[in-house]
Design a binder for this molecule. Structure first.
Ligand code: NAD
Length: 464
């Protein structure tokens, strides 16, 4: 029945009917390491130069904004690809008018898959300044909901002392197609512990020619659990595209597809159930054996995850334990082992990335065990990040919304269609959207991003 319904909806007649009910074909999103074709407009509201300096560092030529402060609403002569608004220094409610004045003409001219990026102070003092700081979040979320044609809005808070090199990886991620399914979000960038090396200055990176695509992870080992399929396979693929040597981990039952992926990516496969008591030791031993006793891991991505959905009233101890073990407890056991300084462990300056879920943030009927595990992941990230800051290790999580994978293919069709559509972009995300966000965390240039949870959900309506 579900299959019949799905075929009816995806047939040409079904699509036409869906269109008449307001379920129009969703826009095709700009993806990949691709900046907008159209101009990037830069507006600084209170004389901060941070966003402008960052765009300059990225080699993005910015255009001057039009302001709606005349009698007649000014119109951009052509479409624009993005507007970056530097709102650092904003402290008073009356100054928010400046934001409205630059956004109004810009959102009218924004191209498909265009970007609104706000940059604001993370820490401010005083009641009005805090009110203004929070107001920016409300504006960001609302603009995200109002934009059309795959355009997104996001807000970056910058901690005191953040300089252009600290912000560069975040602005390039947000402007590029890599952030296609990140919408209406805000997170914080802080000054990196050590200066972020310019490309070419990083001793671990092979020298790179200008005509080659960026390879920020060249010479680095990245371990991805649950890599045999779905989101994990994409995380491994994107890390390899970005130059990493990838260790693909999955259960023995997935051995065949795991080996095929590892071969394709010129990485290695490790058959391992992450809930094994010695999982951390076995990961480190694999790295030391395959890559040498001096080798260490740059990044571990804890992607392996399962669902065993039932309402709490029907959840027995086994369903409860399985999900918490794979999704949370395994990670809690593996991290300390990799942090002990053993051969094949995690390097100082490394990256820990976890996968939460919007279900963990908002709660989801039938997923008490899953929501507990994924909310637990958020707690883990927030607690571990400050502990590891002195070692230059960042700890972050992505919280995917509805992503098109085997896991979500199990959801009944009508419910699946509702989940798919109830976000600002009107479609489900692709595994690559989660993978690109993880690639952004893994980037050595993202050293100032830690303790953050970024939702990759197209601004799903559920939760905060
Ligand atoms: N698909 C979504 O919409 C969505 C949304 C939010 C969060 N997530 C999270 O993203 C991650 C990947 O999800 P997916 O949709 O690709 O799932 P998936 O079921 O397609 O893939 C999960 C992979 O993890 C592996 N795995 C499971 N248990 C394991 C274990 N004990 N040890 C090692 N490997 C194990 C599986 O074999 C599989 O290859 C999960 O953590 C999931 O909770 C997914």
């Amino acid at each position: 029945m579900a299959g019949l319904l799905e075929r009816a909806f995806t047939s040409r007649a079904g699509k036409a009917l869906a269109g008449r009910f307001g379920l129009a074909e969703p826009p095709v999103l700009r993806r990949g390491r691709v900046l907008p074709d159209e101009p990037v407009v830069l507006a600084s509201l209170a004389n901060s130069t941070l966003a402008g300096d960052t765009l300059e560092l990225l080699g993005v030529v910015s255009a001057v904004p039009l302001r709606d402060d005349d009698a007649e609403l000014p119109a951009y002569p052509d479409r624009i690809g993005a507007i970056v608004v530097d709102a650092c220094g904003l402290r008073e409610v009356r100054q928010l008018e400046g934001l409205r004045a630059v956004l109004r003409p810009a959102v009218r001219a924004l191209a498909g898959s265009g970007r609104v990026v706000l940059v604001a102070d993370a820490e401010v003092t005083g009641v009005e300044a805090n009110a203004v700081r929070q107001a920016l979040d409300g504006i960001n979320r609302t603009v995200g909901k109002e934009l059309r044609h795959g355009a997104t809005a996001n807000l970056v808070y910058v901690a005191q002392g953040t300089a252009a090199p600290d912000l560069a990886s975040t602005l390039s991620f947000l402007l590029e197609g890599r952030s296609a399914f990140v919408d209406g979000q805000s997170w914080t960038v802080s000054p990196a512990r050590d200066p972020i090396p310019e490309p070419g200055q990083d001793e671990q990176r092979a020298p790179q020619r200008h005509d080659e695509p960026p390879a920020p992870l060249a010479g680095r080992i990245v371990v991805v659990t649950g890599a045999a399929r779905g989101i994990g396979a994409q995380i491994a693929t994107v890390a390899a595209r970005d130059g990493a040597t990838v260790v693909c981990v999955d259960i023995p039952a997935a051995g065949e597809s795991l080996a095929a992926l590892a071969n394709r990516l010129h990485g290695t496969a490790l058959q391992l159930d992450v809930t094994a008591p010695d999982a951390g030791e076995r990961i480190a031993a694999h790295v030391a054996t395959r890559y040498g006793a001096d080798a260490c891991i740059h990044g571990i991505v804890h992607n392996a995850g399962i669902t065993r959905d039932k309402q709490l009233a029907n959840t027995d101890a086994q369903r409860w334990a399985q999900v918490l073990e794979v999704n949370l407890a395994a990670e809690l056991r593996i991290n300390p082992v990799l942090l002990e300084g053993r051969p094949g462990g995690l390097a100082d300056g490394g990256r820990i990335v976890a996968i939460a879920s919007t279900s963990g943030i908002a709660g989801n009927r039938g997923q008490a065990n899953y929501a507990a595990s994924k909310a637990g992941v958020v707690g883990l990230v927030r607690a571990e990040a400050p502990q590891l800051a002195a070692r230059g290790i960042t700890v972050n999580a992505v919280a995917p919304g509805f992503i098109e994978t085997d896991m979500t293919a199990k959801i009944p069709f009508v419910q699946r269609e509702v989940f798919r559509r109830t976000n600002s972009l009107g479609q489900g995300g692709q595994p690559v959207d989660v993978a690109e966000t993880i690639g952004y965390f893994l980037d050595p240039a993202s050293a100032g991003v830690t303790g953050q949870v970024v939702r990759v959900c197209g601004q799903n309506l559920v939760g905060q």
